[in-house]
Design a protein around this ligand. Structure first.
Ligand code: A2P
Length: 347
């Protein structure tokens, strides 16, 4: 007996949406029917799925009739508008925006870290922030062995985090600069080509930006503890689609780099990449298009006996967003958490 599901991608034309489409096909997700939803701007466009051209439809109430699963990646306000409508019509929504992440009723899930949380869903499951997903992938396996007390993380975030238009803008700016022209910034607040700047999300009274606070609060929610002290500095860099992070961890007792290496080389979704002889460690160009989070440069923190330093790169669009969402969908199917009445069942 096999089940397949009627799926809608909300934000199908965006950077994450197009990756969701590709992943559903690549990973053979059991799709009975697929609806591609975006704004009115995309009317007339179509996208390919399994060799078939599927028209993009403007999102509307009616679009969620007869849908089992919505993969949403169209920004927070769009999710706030449509997620409850979709759930009222019987769909389960896996939402990539920040709209519901800190809602206590909504599970925030990284399948390799807290798959059990998905079982408590009431119609919406939130996909964490991209930098948070990558951080938890490297830290959770170590935290399970020896609880981490404090995390200090600095990010080097690619343009893809701001969407397809920001990626295009960096390319245009790069080519303008190479032609001796002034770069124009319309999507991001400042030119990113040949430059970098602290993350441009709104700042709080303490001087932390929203992206940094997402890392703090979401990591605690995913780990199921408010005890870990976390501080983050988020920076946008002129890389197209993979984020990097320098992570300093403080444990209660010493954690040897070799022990951390052993653990991380056996952790699902993580790939250890270290060649000390050639100074070869994870780079965004190597992480691009890969499912795994690349981790390396693991070393003892010389300033603290219980400190450990590590470095990672991960594809922001893939594990940082679309892949994690599809893995959550696969988890729902595997654990029978998409209601059988919503599924097409064939013998
Ligand atoms: P559209 O292409 O029609 O603007 P990205 O994160 O790469 O910028 O992509 C954002 C995605 O969200 C796109 O698919 C975009 O569609 C979609 N989107 C943005 N605003 C809305 C909206 N108000 N209603 C529906 N989809 C939206």
């Amino acid at each position: 007996m096999s089940k397949s599901y009627r799926v809608a991608i909300l934000g199908a034309t965006g950077a994450v949406g197009t990756e969701l489409l590709e992943l559903l096909e690549q990973r053979c997700f059991p799709v009975a029917d697929l609806k591609l939803l975006a704004s009115e701007r995309s009317v007339g466009r179509s996208l390919q799925f399994k060799g078939e051209n599927i028209p993009v439809e403007p999102v509307s109430d009616r679009a969620f009739e007869d849908i089992d699963l919505v993969l949403a990646s169209a920004g927070g306000s769009t999710s706030k508008t449509w997620a409850s409508i979709a759930t009222q019509k019987g769909a389960v929504v896996i939402d990539n925006s920040s709209a519901f992440r800190m809602n206590p009723e909504v599970p925030l899930v990284v399948p390799e870290v807290n798959p059990q949380a998905a079982a408590n869903h009431k119609g919406i499951i939130a996909n964490p922030n991209c930098t948070t997903i990558l951080l938890t992938m490297a830290v959770w396996p170590l935290h399970k062995v020896k609880p981490v007390q404090r995390i200090v993380v600095s990010t080097y975030q690619s343009a893809s985090g701001a969407g397809a238009k920001a990626m295009a803008e960096v390319k245009t700016q790069t080519s303008a600069i190479l032609q001796g022209k002034s770069p124009v910034a319309e999507v991001l607040p400042y030119p990113l080509a040949f430059n970098l700047f602290p993350h441009n999300s709104p700042l709080n009274d303490l001087g932390y930006c929203e992206e940094e606070m997402k890392m703090v609060n979401e990591t605690r929610k995913i780990f199921g503890t408010s005890q870990i002290r976390i501080t983050a500095t988020c920076v946008r860099v002129p890389v197209l689609r993979a984020h990097s992070e320098a992570i300093n961890l403080e444990f209660e007792t010493p954690f040897s780099p070799d022990e951390a290496r052993e653990i991380l080389s056996n952790s699902p979704g993580v790939k250890l990449l270290e060649d000390w002889g050639t100074n070869h460690f994870p780079m965004p160009i190597e992480a691009t298009g890969k499912d795994e989070v690349l981790v390396g440069r693991i070393r003892q923190d010389i300033s603290h006996p219980c400190g450990l330093e590590l470095w990672l790169c991960g594809d922001q669009i893939r594990k940082g967003a679309a892949l994690n969402a599809v893995q959550i969908a696969e988890l729902l199917v595997e654990k029978n958490l998409l209601k059988p009445s919503q599924a097409y069942v064939s013998r």
